[in-house]
Design a protein around this ligand. Structure first.
Ligand SMILES: [Zn+2]
Length: 320
């Protein structure tokens, strides 16, 4: 990582060299080959499916292109070509401050790896994140945006610090009620969130497999729960790993916004559908936010009442 670059944080970033890895799709069970390549400024995150016709292969990572949120976040293009389970990879990219990237994939599902985004974060750190010397922009929340789906809700509120609060409540005794708030500053993303794994329930796993889903699912890529609690012999990485993984999913899904969001996300029982609905609501209300350069965001943070705290810290978004 380029820790000493004075313009990193206010400039767009990509990776220093291409990254190759192979993994298994959680639902398809297929082996997937991945190549992550540096991409030019202002190109954003783009997926290219190598197993379809080249003129139909490009899928832009955008909230506008979300076509399904049932079990994971699925993106699609006008040709009906899709790429699924993008949220953990997008989480790693946002957490590492990667704005522009071309992602080649050999199949329709991003590999699940260990069920968290830590393996990708480690690959990105190894490759390095570099400044592209072109201004980076953020979305500054000016007034609250709220969406509700039954008992679930999400609110984006003004806050100079990127902050996420997640509350979950599951009948399983190993989870129960959990609430976690994180300020995504310094290395909090990497140390507190990136390694939190996805989770599933043994009884649901059997049902999913009967439907031809979760075929790649195992205790190597998820925390498995039954009525007695956590089945994985290694146990949990955090006592509240479940809520932390929901934060990870929120970061990944909100990375589909047009730029990093500066606000406080408060989400009660979040899910991929709720996360996408929040972005659609946000971009339908242009009076609720302002697109600002990171230089201007720096100035606003310096003026805010807790400037002493925030000035000496660095957002997880900035890429370090
Ligand atoms: Zn997830």
């Amino acid at each position: 990582m380029v820790f000493s670059d004075p313009v990193i944080g206010t400039s767009q970033c990509t990776i220093n060299e291409s990254i190759h890895y192979v993994g298994i799709g959680l639902h398809s069970g297929h082996k997937v080959s991945m190549n992550l390549h540096p991409a030019p400024p202002n190109s954003g995150i783009c997926f290219v499916r190598n197993d379809v016709e080249p003129d139909q292969a490009l899928i832009k990572a955008s909230w506008r292109n979300v076509v399904d949120t049932t079990l994971c976040t699925v993106l699609g293009n006008d040709h009906g070509v899709t790429i699924s389970t993008v949220e953990h990879l997008l989480d790693a990219l946002r957490g590492c401050g990667v704005d522009n990237l071309l992602i080649e994939t050999s199949s329709d599902e991003i590999p699940i790896l260990d069920g968290s985004s830590a393996p990708i974060v480690n690959l990105i750190k190894k490759a390095g994140v570099i400044s592209q010397r072109v201004s980076r922009y953020g979305i500054w929340i000016d007034s609250p945006i709220e969406v509700r789906q039954g008992e679930r809700y999400s609110i984006l509120k003004p806050s100079p610090v990127p902050r996420i609060t997640v509350e979950i409540d599951f009948p399983n005794a190993a989870i129960g009620s959990q609430s976690v708030t994180v300020d995504l500053l310094d290395d909090v993303f990497e140390t507190e969130i990136a390694s939190a794994r996805t989770f599933g329930f043994a009884n649901e796993l059997e049902q999913l497999r009967e439907q031809g889903l979760a075929l790649g699912g195992s205790m190597r890529n998820a925390v498995l729960l039954d009525d007695d609690g956590v089945v994985n012999p290694e146990g949990l990485r955090f006592a509240d790993e479940f809520a932390r993984h929901k934060i990870l999913d929120c970061i990944g899904d909100l990375a589909l916004a047009d730029a990093p969001i500066f606000g406080h996300l408060h989400s009660h029982k979040p899910g991929h559908r709720l996360n996408n609905a929040l972005l659609r609501e946000l971009f339908a209300h242009k009076d609720a936010w302002t697109r600002l350069s990171f230089d201007e965001i720096n100035r606003r943070i310096a003026r805010s009442e807790n400037s002493f705290v925030t000035q000496v810290k660095k957002w997880a978004w900035a890429g370090r």
